[in-house]
Design a binder for this molecule. Structure first.
Ligand SMILES: Cc1cc2nc3c(=O)[nH]c(=O)nc-3n(C[C@H](O)[C@H](O)[C@H](O)COP(=O)(O)OP(=O)(O)OC[C@H]3O[C@@H](n4cnc5c(N)ncnc54)[C@H](O)[C@@H]3O)c2cc1C
Length: 361
């Protein structure tokens, strides 16, 4: 049977997910077979810093804007730095992914709000927000952050090392850590991230950024080049991604952002690959199967702990990173581990908060 992808692919929403699915579609199917249209009311969606860990991804190589070979974590008075070996932590942006998608073949862009599709012969990939929810959230929090891209007068950053979670900051308003992406020894994005039920006032981020830059980074003389603010919902809701024949929900709208980390790009890459490879083989479009359900259960437990016992979370995450091999942890966060590997990780964590979260709703 001929796949509808041989003819037309229309995106309802032209953000990050649309770029990723276009890149994978063009890689799996030859460009001449594929017509891509994107409907979005904005001409240029918001710029975003999008990071991914793992083995090199040759297909996305041209969209990488920065990368790091080591990750650093901090807690109490301690820090650890781990070498990613053959892996890296890479940064893309919404625009670098969009440009790569455009270089791979023509995209017909329509600047408009998209209606629900009516032509079932065209594959519609829908990333518009507010899709029908199949299972409402039982826990809802927000990951929210404010960051400054700074340039310092002295060399203070390690350009090969990204600071992933540094909990050496004021925890009195909720779970909070600093995230640092250096672009040279004198330039970096320094972000204050929190997990809590509501976003903070600007002063709450500013106070922690000021203190961290001065005391932990040892710098009082710097220029702010840009700022970045963001909010990512953290919840356990499910969405029915299958909206109709050849109509599939993708991206954040399809609950592809991992609730406990806020990362989506790697999940979308896997989802898109599965979707298009399977379609090419079977000639039919269907929603790829979700990761094993135990991962959603782990997320639910951690979200409950974040909601009910936020004070123990920095120690849990620090212990996770300190006591386990980095590839195993990152694979686990990507839902790519076996049950045996997960048991090995859990054996090295403080158990009590998880047991309490199992009995609590
Ligand atoms: C600040 C920030 C930083 C992030 N950092 C990372 C990261 O480092 N790594 C990672 O993996 N993930 C990250 N994420 C999560 C995720 O990758 C992003 O949220 C990503 O932008 C989601 O892609 P999307 O296409 O689903 O949504 P978006 O990129 O938001 O695109 C949705 C599009 O739909 C359009 N739209 C809305 N309504 C309509 C309509 N009616 N008709 C047509 N179009 C419509 C919008 O204009 C928009 O362009 C981050 C998220 C945020 C908010």
């Amino acid at each position: 049977m001929d796949s509808p992808l041989n003819q037309r692919l229309t995106f309802l929403g032209g953000g990050v997910a649309a770029s990723i699915y276009t890149i994978i579609a063009r890689a799996v199917w030859s460009s001449s077979e594929l017509t891509v249209s994107v409907i979005d009311p904005t001409e240029q969606p918001p710029e975003r810093t999008l990071c991914v860990w793992g083995a090199p991804s040759p297909l996305l190589e041209d969209a990488v804007v920065a990368q790091w070979s080591k990750l650093c974590f901090g807690y109490g008075t301690d820090t650890i730095t781990v070498d990613l070996d053959t892996w890296s932590y890479r940064q893309y942006t919404a625009s670098s992914l969009r440009q790569l998608a455009e270089r791979m073949g023509p995209i017909h862009r329509i600047t408009a709000m998209a209606d629900d599709p009516s032509d079932e012969s065209v594959l519609h990939l829908d990333s518009r927000p507010h899709q029908p929810v199949s299972q409402p959230a039982s826990v809802e929090l927000l990951q929210h952050f404010h960051g400054r891209r700074i340039r310092t007068s002295k060399d203070i950053f390690q350009p090969d090392t990204a600071v992933m979670m540094d909990f050496r900051t004021d925890q009195s308003d909720g779970i909070c850590f600093l995230y640092v992406l250096p672009y040279s020894s004198t330039e970096a994005l320094v972000e204050c991230t929190a997990f809590s039920p509501a976003v903070w006032d600007v002063d709450q981020y500013a106070h922690r950024l000021d203190t961290y830059i001065e005391l932990e980074l040892g710098c009082s003389d710097y220029e702010v080049l840009a700022t970045e603010t963001g909010v990512i919902p953290m919840n356990d809701r499910s969405v029915d991604r299958n909206r109709g024949r050849n109509w599939i929900v993708i991206g954040s709208a399809g609950a592809l952002t991992k609730p406990t980390t806020g990362y989506m790009v790697a999940r979308c890459l896997r989802d898109a690959t599965s979707l298009f490879v399977d379609a090419k083989r079977s000639g039919r479009m269907s929603v790829p199967s979700a990761p094993p359900s135990r991962f959603a259960w782990y997320d639910k437990l951690l979200l409950r702990i974040m909601r009910d016992e936020p004070e123990v979370v920095p120690l849990i995450l620090w212990t996770l990173f300190k006591r386990n091999p980095i590839h195993r942890i990152l694979s686990f966060l990507d839902e790519q581990t076996s049950l045996r590997q997960e048991v090995l990780l859990f054996l090295r964590l403080p158990w009590m908060p998880f047991l309490r979260a199992i009995v609590r709703q």
